[in-house]
Design a protein around this ligand. Structure first.
Ligand code: GLP
Length: 242
């Protein structure tokens, strides 16, 4: 795409089409959502479709990819706050249909929580669509280098580069949590459609590795080369090294 705006509008309209199709079938749309700067314009367009074109989210169930650990939901850096501010506060989604990994759990409760997260997605028939950004380590969600292709939702340790990139949001790297709860590569793979978005020159070299590089756990996004249901939606600068 020529620019992130036109690309984001395209992605938002595809999500809206899934929601409308499921409404016509009287069933739920199950969406896998992402955080970061990359999907913000997608969320803006979904909010616009709700406010100006009457798109309803009453039949939408969402699962977010990840959350820092530990993290209080009302902290300004939490992905709960991000999703509320950028999407959920502005649409008619039912609160009980929103799922975001819980950054407040005691450590010993995390494995059960993660199994349950997988189970809920599976019981709904899987994710109809999963949107993704990409980190400079090649992470998707918070699946850092070393993640296994069949990994499920779990507690992970964040890469140093990821923590450096997040430092601006936390007022310094030392304040960035060292861990996160993330859906696994295997969880993402089960989605019926996967859309990875990347904008700007900053993402060009990791996009080249993800699309054309050797498939390896060193760059987790390379595993997407193994899926038939994945699309990379890029602006021209992000695609410039392909
Ligand atoms: C974080 C998120 C990822 C996101 C990445 C890139 O690490 N956990 O899901 O893709 O950042 O963020 P941005 O879109 O701000 O470049």
């Amino acid at each position: 795409f020529e620019n992130p705006k036109s690309a984001s509008i395209n992605v938002a309209h595809r999500i809206a089409n899934i929601i409308r199709k499921k409404q016509a079938e009287n069933t739920f749309a199950v969406l896998g959502l992402a955080t970061g700067v990359t999907p913000i314009a997608v969320y803006n367009e979904l909010v616009r479709l709700h406010k100006e074109e009457g798109l309803s989210f009453k039949n939408v169930i969402t699962f977010n990819l990840d959350e820092y650990y530990p993290m209080l939901p009302n902290a300004s850096q939490s992905y709960v706050t991000f999703m509320n501010e950028n999407l959920f506060d502005h649409i008619d989604i039912e609160k009980e249909n929103i799922h975001i990994p819980d950054g407040t759990l005691p450590l010993e409760d995390i494995p059960d929580f993660c199994l349950n997260y997988e189970k809920k997605i599976a019981e709904l028939g899987g994710l109809d669509i999963q949107i993704l950004g990409i980190g400079r380590t090649g992470h998707i969600g918070f699946n850092e280098p070393g993640s296994a292709p069949n990994s499920g939702t779990r507690l992970v340790t964040l890469d140093d580069l990821t923590r450096r990139d997040a430092a601006k949001d936390f007022g310094g790297k030392s304040f960035v949590p060292t861990k996160a709860i993330t859906m696994g590569i295997g969880t993402i793979f089960k989605a019926k459609e996967i859309i990875l978005m990347a904008w700007s020159r900053k993402k060009a070299s990791i996009i080249k590795k993800a699309v054309e590089g050797k498939i390896s756990g060193k760059v987790p996004a390379t595993y997407l080369q193994l899926s038939n249901n994945v699309e990379f939606i890029l602006d021209q600068p992000a695609a410039s090294e392909l």
